[in-house]
Write a protein that binds this ligand. Structure first.
Ligand SMILES: Nc1ncnc2c1ncn2[C@@H]1O[C@H](COP(=O)(O)OP(=O)(O)O)[C@@H](O)[C@H]1O
Ligand SMILES: C[C@@](O)(CCOP(=O)(O)O)CC(=O)O
Ligand SMILES: [Mg+2]
Length: 383
C-alpha cells in the first residue's frame, strides 16, 4: 500500500443561484483553474504508534500537531469512525482546536482545522501522518476555498486508507472512478458542514467533478457550453464568512417566508434559463453575441435578487458601477458580503477595454483575475 499521495481540487464560481441553492433551489456553478493542493504522508506501521498527526498550512506558515495517542484517548468514547460529525464529536474537536493559537487575522482557520481533524480521525483513525496544504485560492472570498480544501484533504486521506484507488497502476495525475469521486464528495460535504454550518453541497460537488454543473438538492446535471465562457473575477478583498451569511439569509427567510420564497423561485427560473442558454448552439459572431447578452441579463437579474437577500456589500456595488460604465454585467459570486464579483467578458470585447476596466478596478484596491470556466475536477497522484 502506498504511503504518500498528492491531491488537487479546484475552486469554483457560482454563475447563478448561491444561497437559493441552500434552500433547495437550482444553481449553476463551474470549476476554475485555481486549486488547493494536499500532500499526505502516512507513517509506516513499523514506526511507533505514539507519533504525531501533523497539519502544515504552508502558505500561512502554520503547523499544528497532535500526539496520535491523545487523539485516540479523546475520541475513543465516541466510537469513531462516524459518517457524520455528531454534537459530541464536534465538542471534542472544538476543545482540541481551542488549545491552538491562531494569528488574530486568521481566526477563521479554526473551522478548517476542525474539519481536518474530523476527516483525519474518521478516515485514517489515529495512525500518525503528515498533511501539507497549499492553495492558489484566496480564503473566504467566495471562490470555494473551503470546499476545495475538504475535497483535496478527503481524497488524499481516502487514497491512503485504501478506500479508493486501491488497485491503481496509473502514473502522474489522474481522475478517480465515478464511484470513488462520489465517496470523496460525501466526506468533503461532511467537512463543509463543519465549516459552513448548512452547505448545499454545490461547492464540494463542482470541486470534485469539475466542469460546469446545474445543481439542486444534491442532484447534479453536467452542462456543456458550445463555446468558452470567459469571466473576470474581482476580489474586493473585503473579508467575510460564509457560515454567517448563510445564517443571515435563513433568518431573513424566517422573517419573510412568502417574499423570500418568491425571490428563491425567481432565482430558480434564472438558473434554469441560464443553463439552457449556456448549452444553446452559437457558431457565428451574431449568435455568440446574442447568447452572451442573455447571460449578462440573467446575471444582472440574479444580482438584484441577491441584494434582496441582503448579501451584497458597498464594495460589490462599487465593482458593479465600475464595470457598468463599460457596459459589462457583473454579479457577486459565492456567499457575498464582500469577497469576489464576476464580470462576463464577451468574446468580441477588445482586450484594450478589458485592460482599462482592470486598471480602474485595481485603482480601487481590488484584485482582478481572468479565468476560463468549467475545467477539471479532483485529481490525485501517487508518484
Ligand atoms: N487552504 C486552507 N487551509 C486551511 N483552511 C482552509 C483552507 N481553505 C479554506 N479553509 C477554511 O475555509 C474557510 C473559508 O471558507 P468560506 O468562508 O466558506 O469561504 P470560501 O469557501 O468562499 O473561501 C477558511 O476560513 C478556513 O477555515
Ligand atoms: C452561499 C452558498 O450558496 C455558496 C457559498 O460559497 P463560498 O463558500 O462563499 O465560496 C452556500 C452553499 O451553497 O453551501
Ligand atoms: Mg466555502
Amino acid at each position: 500500500m502506498a504511503l504518500e499521495v498528492r491531491a488537487r481540487a479546484p475552486g469554483k464560481i457560482i454563475l447563478s443561484g448561491e444561497h437559493a441553492v441552500v434552500h433547495g433551489f437550482t444553481a449553476v456553478a463551474a470549476a476554475i483553474d485555481l486549486h488547493t493542493y494536499v500532500y499526505f504522508r502516512l507513517h509506516s506501521t513499523s514506526d511507533n504508534d505514539d507519533g504525531l498527526v501533523e497539519l502544515e498550512l504552508k502558505d500561512l506558515g502554520l503547523v499544528f500537531s497532535w500526539p496520535s495517542q491523545r487523539l485516540r484517548e479523546m475520541f475513543s468514547e465516541l466510537g469513531l469512525p462516524s459518517k457524520t460529525c455528531s454534537p459530541e464529536c464536534l465538542k471534542v474537536i472544538t476543545s482540541l482546536v481551542e488549545e491552538l493559537s491562531f494569528p488574530e487575522a486568521k481566526i477563521g482557520l479554526s473551522s478548517g482545522v476542525s474539519a481536518f481533524l474530523y476527516l483525519y480521525t474518521s478516515i485514517i483513525g489515529y495512525r500518525p501522518g503528515k498533511v501539507r496544504v497549499t492553495s492558489d485560492l484566496p480564503l473566504g472570498s467566495g471562490l470555494g476555498s473551503s470546499a476545495s480544501f475538504c475535497v483535496s484533504v478527503s481524497a488524499a486521506l481516502l487514497a491512503l486508507s485504501g478506500a479508493v484507488c486501491a488497485d491503481n497502476q496509473q502514473k502522474g495525475w489522474f481522475v478517480m472512478r465515478e464511484n470513488e469521486l462520489e465517496l470523496v464528495n460525501k466526506w468533503a460535504f461532511q467537512g463543509e458542514r463543519i465549516i459552513h454550518g448548512k452547505p448545499s453541497g454545490i461547492d464540494n460537488t463542482v470541486s470534485t467533478f469539475g466542469s460546469m454543473i446545474m445543481f439542486r438538492l444534491s442532484e447534479l446535471t453536467r452542462l456543456k457550453s458550445s463555446g468558452p465562457i470567459r469571466m473576470l473575477i474581482t476580489n474586493t478583498k473585503v473579508g467575510r464568512n460564509t457560515k454567517a451569511l448563510v445564517a443571515g439569509v435563513s433568518e431573513r427567510t424566517q422573517r419573510h417566508p412568502d417574499a423570500m420564497a418568491a425571490v428563491f423561485t425567481a432565482v430558480d427560473s434564472i438558473s434554469k434559463e441560464l443553463s439552457d442558454v449556456i448549452q444553446s448552439a452559437a457558431h457565428d459572431d451574431v449568435s455568440i453575441t446574442a447568447k452572451e447578452e442573455k447571460l449578462e441579463e440573467l446575471m444582472e437579474m440574479n444580482q438584484g435578487l441577491l441584494q434582496c437577500m441582503g448579501v451584497s456589500h458597498a464594495s460589490i456595488e462599487t465593482v458593479l458601477r465600475t464595470t457598468l460604465r463599460y457596459k459589462l454585467a457583473s454579479k457577486l459570486t459565492g456567499a457575498g458580503g464582500g469577497g469576489c464579483v464576476l464580470t462576463l467578458l464577451p468574446t468580441l470585447l477588445p482586450s484594450t477595454i478589458v485592460d482599462k476596466v482592470i486598471s480602474e478596478l485595481e485603482a480601487c484596491g481590488f484584485q482582478c483575475l481572468k479565468v476560463e470556466v468549467g475545467g477539471k475536477g479532483l485529481e490525485v497522484c501517487f508518484t
